[in-house]
Structure formats: C-alpha cells, structure tokens
Design a protein around this ligand. Structure first.
Ligand SMILES: CC(C)(COP(=O)(O)OP(=O)(O)OC[C@H]1O[C@@H](n2cnc3c(N)ncnc32)[C@H](O)[C@@H]1OP(=O)(O)O)[C@@H](O)C(=O)NCCC(=O)NCCS
Length: 153
C-alpha cells in the first residue's frame, strides 16, 4: 500500500469514500477549499485504487489538527487508517508540532477506539458541537519530539 499526497484526479474516489463513511459528508467544495488553503491531504492507494484519505493542518503554529479521515468500508481493519495517521504524525514532527487534537462524534465508538489505539487521549466533551446537536469528544496526543525535549543541563 502506498501513502502519497492527494492530487485533483483523486477527488472523485475521495468523495465516494467520504459519502460511504459519514451521514454528513463534506461536500466537494469544502475538500477542494481545504486543499487550496494548504491543508495536508494524503491518500492511501492500493492496486492503483484510492482506499482512504486523511486531511490535517497546523494551527496556532505548533498544534496539529486532524480534520478528517476515512477508509473505504470494504478495507476496514487492515491498518490503512493507522498508516494514514502515522504518516501524518511523521509530517507533524518535521514541523515541530508537539500536540495534536481532533474532534470525534461522541457516538462514533469505532473511531474513538481507533484513535485511542494510536495513543490519543479523550480530553473534553463539547456539548452540542455538531449541527445535528451531537456532542464532540476532543482527543489529544502529545508527540515526543526529541529536538524539543533536548535539555543540555
Ligand atoms: C476510523 C477508521 C478510519 C479506522 O480505519 P481502519 O483502517 O479500519 O483502522 P485500522 O485497521 O488502522 O485499526 C487500528 C485499530 O483501531 C481499532 N479499531 C479500528 N476500527 C475499529 C472498530 N470498528 N471497532 C473497534 N476498534 C476499532 C482497533 O484497535 C484496530 O486494531 P485491530 O484491528 O488490530 O483490533 C475507519 O473505521 C473509518 O473510515 N470510519 C468511518 C469514518 C470515521 O469515523 N472517521 C473518523 C471520524 S473523526
């Protein structure tokens, strides 16, 4: 499996995965806007087919934020999502990001388990976060960045 940067021709497959993964999928223009604004956008490709994607960016200079991730439901539990997050963490490290946050629907138990498995901790419940009134769980991971933690004394 290959993890690579998103290219415009990937959009159709990404939208298919998006709509098979979420009840409230991002519309095409939101994904394109994020891409044009410089958000990180990676895809997972297997046998020449896009099977997953992740979008992320850096806010407040040193805080990474995972905006969205989804894997084609036919390819769940093959560590594709883990590979996408791990590659994103490597990119964040290069930019000296030391804290990563994301929001996940309280009722999305699968995703909460997935992120916990990757070392994210559940921090704060934000009531009524989503348009349909569902609460969001803020999850956070602190990255061990050797450069930042070096202390000569
Ligand atoms: C969440 C998602 C991206 C995980 O992708 P994935 O490629 O299937 O995940 P992985 O194979 O890397 O899973 C790694 C670990 O996470 C946990 N996990 C993943 N899916 C799980 C599930 N359905 N139930 C319980 N634990 C799960 C498991 O511990 C798993 O390891 P294991 O298979 O050895 O037990 C995928 O389920 C998805 O696209 N969901 C719909 C979109 C979504 O909810 N995105 C997140 C919104 S913030």
């Amino acid at each position: 499996m290959l993890i690579r940067e998103f290219k415009r021709p990937d959009l159709k497959r990404v939208l298919e995965i998006e709509s098979s993964s979420f009840d409230d999928p991002y519309p095409a223009n939101v994904l394109v806007d994020l891409y044009n604004l410089g958000a990180g956008f990676l895809v997972a490709q297997q046998d020449n087919i896009i099977v997953g994607y992740i979008i992320f960016w850096i806010r407040f200079e040193d805080e990474g934020h995972i905006i969205s991730i989804a894997v084609d439901p036919h390819h769940h539990r093959k560590k594709i999502g883990s590979r996408l997050v791990e590659t994103t963490l490597e990119i964040f490290k290069k930019y000296n990001v030391d804290k990563i946050q994301l929001e996940v629907r309280k009722g999305n138990r699968k995703a909460r388990k997935f992120y916990q498995r990757l070392g994210f901790e559940e921090k704060t419940l934000v009531i009524n976060y989503y348009e349909d009134g569902e609460d969001a769980m803020i999850m956070e991971k602190i990255l061990e960045n050797l450069e930042n933690s070096y202390n000569p004394e």
